[in-house]
Design a protein around this ligand. Structure first.
Ligand code: CTP
Length: 408
């Protein structure tokens, strides 16, 4: 299991801000990911979101007051802060940051932040405010101080704000906060590594409006990029045409064709210490792409089309000097339809990679779940059916083990 949120207990604190609407989704994502969530709201937060909604989503009664009589010892600030694996304030208003800086404790949320055991309960902040408030020297001064006092500030988004202005200060999207939290809880097993990963299909043009592609969604490669970044690696993701958001903290290079993908990979190779080829690269491309759309001429004749083979990106990288000298660890993928172990084992040798990851292509293309078969010189190992996020974290751990000093 590498389910980073399973068994985690979070206090989710809401202070006042329009971004409270995003915290409802955040709470849902956390619960879906296996965490338990105890919501605490300030009086201002209750102007934007009801405790009823947050209770329904978290499955737990919400706390809003330090005078809550439900606690037998009447000390919710102690009881709630002792059990938490982390306290996350989202949204964290400018006023709430100022309160943390001053060590204020006249309402439950700031009181429990002050009462938390500093050395074992981390405090994470997802600020949300108007861009002028964010840029104001007072806020920036407070942010520096709250970090010096041990809080982790997750950053803000940039874009259009509820007030109608555009700039920095939006709360991160729930999915982005999930990625930051996952990174926070993940051991930095790939610290110091630079991982280069290809993902998605390629698109080989026939003419300006048509082309050849395949059903790869890119989800596995994007999940690996995300998991590697969570584990501390610097990550560059070379992506074919897919509709997926860029994982946080990952450098993304978008390409269309196999040859563009190869050029992008080659341009990044000098920096890389790990290369993972998850892309479903088209094996062939039309020998010539027409400059103009090929038109029907009414005769009923279909155009003849000749193909040429695309470069094998993985085989070329695996045969390069850094890979052969052991400076670059290469991982290939094999999408098969049958006889997985046999075909994937043969492919590992043919591609010349130390580790090959087999999966059943038709069963996984476009899906959020997969199962993997890892094949290396020592034999094979199954990573059973799980979400691609979980499998990606397990694969990252497997690679980290193989890179660890002393591994045979
Ligand atoms: N790959 C690549 N460049 C190509 C073709 C494949 O980098 N032109 C990589 C894929 O990203 C994957 C691995 O090679 O990591 C296996 O690709 P696959 O297409 O499954 O294997 P093929 O060698 O094309 O064999 P076959 O089509 O016979 O299954």
């Amino acid at each position: 299991m590498n389910d980073v949120f399973a068994g985690k207990h979070l206090v989710l604190g809401l202070s006042g801000g329009v971004a409270c609407y995003k915290s409802a989704m955040l709470c849902r994502l956390l619960v879906q990911a296996g965490a338990t969530v105890q919501v605490v709201m300030t009086e201002a937060a209750e102007q934007f979101m009801t405790a009823v909604t947050m209770q329904a989503l978290s499955g737990r009664a919400v706390y809003t007051s330090q005078w809550d009589v439900r606690e037998p010892n009447n000390m919710p600030h102690i009881n709630l802060s002792r059990d938490a694996d982390a306290i996350l304030i989202a949204p964290c208003s400018a006023d709430f940051i100022a309160r943390l800086v001053q060590g204020r404790s006249d309402e439950l949320l700031s009181l429990l932040c002050l009462a938390r055991p500093l050395e074992r309960v981390p405090l994470l902040l997802a600020p949300a405010m108007n861009r002028e408030m964010w840029a104001h020297p007072a806020t920036q001064r407070n942010l520096a101080q709250v970090q010096a006092d041990g809080a982790l500030v997750l950053g803000v988004g940039n874009g259009s704000q509820a007030c109608g202005e555009t700039g920095d200060g939006r709360m991160l999207e729930p999915e982005e906060i999930m990625e930051e939290l996952a990174a926070h809880f993940t051991a930095k097993r790939l610290q110091g590594q630079h991982l280069l990963v290809t993902a998605g299909p390629t698109f080989e043009a026939i003419d300006p409006v048509r082309g050849i592609t395949n059903l790869s969604s890119g989800k596995m490669g994007f999940a690996i990029a995300r998991a590697a970044r969570e584990a501390g690696a610097q990550v560059t993701l070379v992506a074919g045409p897919v509709h997926l958001p860029t994982p946080r903290g990952v450098t993304r290079i978008d390409v269309q064709s196999a040859r563009q993908m190869q050029a992008a990979v080659q341009s990044q190779l000098a920096e890389a210490s790990i290369f993972i080829a998850t892309a479903a690269v088209a094996d062939w491309r039309p020998a010539e792409a027409a400059d103009r759309k090929i038109k029907k001429d009414g005769s009923g004749e279909v155009p003849a089309m000749a193909f040429v083979e695309n470069p094998d990106i993985l085989a070329a990288v695996a045969g390069s000097e850094p890979a052969r000298s052991g400076k670059l660890y290469c991982v290939g993928f094999a999408a098969e339809s049958h006889d997985l172990l046999k075909h994937a084992s043969a492919k590992r040798l043919r591609k010349g990679v130390p580790l090959l990851v087999g999966n059943i292509g038709p069963a996984t293309f476009g899906k959020d779940y997969n199962a993997l078969l890892l094949i290396d010189a020592g034999g094979s190992k199954e990573l059973p059916h799980a979400s691609k996020d979980v499998l990606a974290r397990q694969l990252v751990e497997e690679i980290a083990q193989r890179l660890a000093p002393g591994h045979l």
